[in-house]
Design a protein around this ligand. Structure first.
Ligand SMILES: C[S@@+](CC[C@H](N)C(=O)[O-])C[C@H]1O[C@@H](n2cnc3c(N)ncnc32)[C@H](O)[C@@H]1O
Length: 315
């Protein structure tokens, strides 16, 4: 196993496994394995719904005493630090031994620990036979506040999926110009703004656009929202997310759906589409290549699943 600068620790339930893997593939160019991923890329855990913690590796070794020597050599000096032991799959170290190891690390760092209000947190873990020690950055889950947005909509997409769609569309690059082509009340826009992505929204329904604007300004975010049929947008975007209309509230015929996909394909180089039915034939009609696909079922509702289609312009 190749240890890199950062170790990402994932957490998700079974219904989100496929979309979490798809997100890691587009952000890190590799899929997380057993909820762990090493990478030299530095990503804020709070920009993903599935990354729970990032450990910035300070020392690592197959030999535990060599690791302790290395930590001592680093001359870490910090008041109010904390050390946590993260137990990963395959680590059989018993609790008493884990406590001893935490003590070893504590004595290797200069300063008085503070377990209640630490200034920073270090972690020790055993990952595929390698002891790793590093600084922890946790997902702050501040974005949960978006669940309390003033305007919501029964067709709104889940907040975890919304974050993943942004990351898949942007491929981890905050400079990419994104469009949410059917933005509704702005669930995806909120997550993109929170993470610092460059995004605009569009929706054909003027009332829904007003709601989306209210949601954005409630959290002090700003993103341009076009009150328009997507066919009338001519600005170009690096990627577009399309959460297609479905059910009674935002019903659409097959022709409407084709029209939305084709119009968006004209102004974006990559499409990340959400549908509840198979749209393979419609994607082929746009001339885009279907690069990836996954399905996310709703927790507790195995019969309702959202299908996520990643499509790239044929070069
Ligand atoms: C499934 S909803 C999107 C929900 C949104 N992601 C959210 O979380 O609030 C689909 C949206 O597509 C919009 N829509 C339908 N036809 C459109 C078109 N031709 N151009 C732009 N928006 C359209 C509808 O008004 C509806 O708000």
């Amino acid at each position: 196993m190749l240890v890199k600068k950062h170790l990402y620790w994932y957490g998700y339930d079974n219904t989100e496994r496929a979309i979490s893997k798809l997100e890691s593939k587009y952000v890190f160019n590799q899929e997380e394995k057993n909820k762990l991923l090493f990478s030299d890329l530095k990503v804020d855990p709070s920009s993903s719904a599935f990354i729970k913690k990032r450990i910035d590796i300070i020392s690592y070794s197959e030999d535990y005493s060599a690791l302790i020597k290395d930590i001592k050599k680093a001359n870490l000096s910090i008041e109010g630090f904390k050390v946590e032991y993260f137990v990963f799959d395959g680590d059989t170290t018993v609790y008493s031994e884990r406590l001893e190891k935490l003590r070893d690390i504590g004595y290797s760092i200069e300063g008085t620990p503070d377990y209640h209000q630490p200034t920073l947190t270090y972690a020790l873990c055993l990952c595929e036979g390698i002891w790793c020690f590093g600084l922890v950055l946790k997902n702050n889950f501040d974005w949960y506040k978006h669940n309390q947005k003033p305007r919501s909509y029964s067709n709104s997409i889940g907040i975890n999926i919304a974050k993943a769609l942004v990351n898949i569309a942007a491929e981890g690059n905050k400079e990419k110009k994104l469009l949410d082509a059917c933005c509704g009340v702005g669930t995806i826009l909120l997550e993109a703004c929170f993470a610092g992505n460059n995004i605009e929204g569009c929706d054909i329904n003027w009332k829904i656009c007003i709601d989306a604007k209210e949601n954005l300004s409630h959290f002090n975010y700003s993103a341009k929202i076009h009150r328009s049929d997507i066919k009338d947008i001519s600005t170009r975007f690096d990627a577009a997310i399309i959460d297609l209309p479905y059910n009674l509230l935002s019903s659409a015929t097959d022709n409407d759906i084709l029209h939305i996909i084709e119009s968006t394909a004209e102004i974006a180089d990559r499409l990340v589409i959400v549908s509840i039915s198979d749209i393979t034939t419609l994607i082929h009609k746009t001339g885009f290549r279907l690069s990836d696909y996954c399905s996310v079922s709703k927790k507790g509702k195995t019969s309702f699943a959202r299908k996520i289609w990643v499509c790239d312009k044929e070069s």
